[in-house]
Design a protein around this ligand. Sequence first.
Ligand code: THU
Length: 297
Amino acid sequence: MILLWEIDTPVDPALTTLMQTAADCALWAEGVSRRCAVSVRLCDDEAIHQINRTFRQVDRATDVLSFPMVTYPSGVTAGRADRLLRQAYDDDVDACMLGDLVLSVPHIYRQAEEYGHSPRREAAYLLVHGLCHLMGYDHMEDEERKEMRAMEEKILSAVGMSREEQGSVSDEALLALARAAMERSYSPYSHFAVGAALLCEDGRVFQGCNIENAAFSMTNCAERTAVFKAVSEGETAFTTIAIAASGAAPWPCGACRQVLHEFAPDIRVLVTWDGQVAEAMLKELLPNGFGPRELMK
Ligand code: THU
């Protein structure tokens, strides 16, 4: 999913990274395969108060506001409304615009403290709650509330943020995140889009795509983009990497095998292409690898 950010209030970048991952999971969980976009504004209480007053005649600040662009018939959500999504296609963003979200940054931190969980979980929850509204869910009636909660929980557990099990991202969700990252590939020269999703020991996921360059050799593969994002955020313990492409199995190239080996010689590698999935251990892909341990001997 494309998130069009408007950030008026500074926020920990770890929260916006997680929100992107959660948004990708939302489309996967709902079964939407179309490219979709949502605008996300992060602001303070005064700004959200004003928006609430102007557009909803509610004279107070709140945590999240959703303004759907698509009007779904009752009982229908985005996964079963392909025609409506197509009508919401926007040329400028080259995606279907689902609507706008506004989140109060002070509310994220305040509510996290109140509920005794991390600001990461609160930010993911509020974004997912808002996205569910943009996908046609509501919580006025008991029955629809149950469906909305179930979808919220499905999305949050896909990013390892469910209430019960912290940090257990399934292979299926990781593969979906790699496929979603493919959408952000910058590959105008090879036209071979690759996406990766790297699962860390603490449950965090970093996504990456291949980024090409007019000076061809400057190209960075999807796997290394994900690893470099993780390492630059202080994370070096990796358990699984999922890699997605179309047309051919995207087994990592030699350079990526070497970079993965530096941090995680025991990592599992999942690849997916054209609906197929295959798996190997990095040890099989890079036998007798040379790494930091060899230098210490
Ligand atoms: N590519 C990856 O992103 N990962 C790999 O492991 C193999 C190759 C990218 C690099 C380049 O942008 C395109 O695929 C064609 O080589």
